[in-house]
Design a protein around this ligand. Sequence first.
Ligand code: CTP
Ligand code: MG
Length: 171
Amino acid sequence: SRAIDVPDRSLVVLVGAAGAGKSTFAAEHFLPTQILSSDHYRGLVSDDENDQGATDDAFEILHSVAEKRLSRGLLTVVDATNVHKHARQGLLRLARRHHVLAVAIVLDLPETVCVRRSTDRPDRSIRAGVVRRQHKDLQRSLKPLREEGFHKVHVLRDESEVNSARVRLNP
Ligand code: CTP
Ligand code: MG
């Protein structure tokens, strides 16, 4: 198995296109209360997890919950695409403000896998073109990501790497 080292008081930032498996990965490796999902907060403020018009309000609440958790020294995982630098910077600022390390876990799965999984879903309406764009934005992000201020960037590139990953919390 492949160990992904995560400081036990850190801010974990998942990065990946729709369908990359972020929510599945989070549910497998972290407690439900540790996971802050943008879709969940979109649903809370708009009754519709798919309502992109609710994104700003959703992230405002997500950030504020993350703040409260980090100020208690609790491990916090952000389950959102985070393929844009702007989104990552807001999270990095949050981590800095609370003196915790930020760790990126990137699910860089093939575009075809992301498109297939996200367009197959009955509970989500996302166009293939949107997923392809996210995948492309992620490819552009990969190199700069390492210089943005993350303590560690873990990149998982295919299903076997994802399946063999084991999150190891370090005191
Ligand atoms: N899935 C799968 N095999 C995996 C991981 C995910 O078949 N190893 C399926 C899930 O069951 C789900 C879809 O792929 O139907 C998307 O997985 P999810 O974890 O929800 O992906 P996310 O990256 O969270 O996608 P989104 O950004 O849309 O929330
Ligand atoms: Mg998800």
